[in-house]
Design a protein around this ligand. Structure first.
Ligand code: FES
Length: 135
């Protein structure tokens, strides 16, 4: 009687989880942590350069302009909300950042695919006589 058995399992080693090194963002000089640079009224380029269902990236001004439907132009910051790379392509209905794979809607800049969690900020643009201009 009175057998006391102590179970003394060795505690699982819980401290051995390694933390992989994070890949550096923005290699190649594409990091652009600042926002759009265009002042109101600045001409970005011909409206005909912005394909229907697609968009054009104006890297110098850090603005992406899309045309979700014929004659409707939307402007957004081209600075990815994840870690500040410039978005690099517009295809298949999304604005794409190739740094880590985030995708944003060409309609409203909302996140379609992470790791970004915040939408691209809007930049007001208009078609001014065939020229896309910041408003
Ligand atoms: S900066 Fe990471 S996905 Fe754009």
């Amino acid at each position: 009687m009175g057998i006391t058995r102590r179970t003394t399992l060795a505690g699982a080693a819980a401290t051995g989880v390694g933390v992989p090194l994070l890949a550096a963002c923005g290699k190649g000089g594409s990091n652009a942590s600042a926002g759009p640079t265009a002042a109101a009224g600045e001409k970005l380029g011909p409206a005909s350069d912005v394909p229907v269902g697609g968009g054009t990236i104006y890297a110098d001004q850090r603005i992406v302009v899309t045309q979700p439907s014929q004659g409707t132009f939307e402007g957004f910051s081209a600075v990815c909300t994840h870690q500040g790379c410039l978005v690099s392509t517009v295809s298949d209905g999304t604005i794409n950042c190739t740094c880590h794979g985030s995708k944003f809607s060409i309609q409203d800049g909302s996140v379609e695919h992470g790791p970004a969690t915040s939408p691209l900020s809007r930049v007001e643009v208009k078609d001014d006589g065939g020229q896309i201009t910041t408003a």
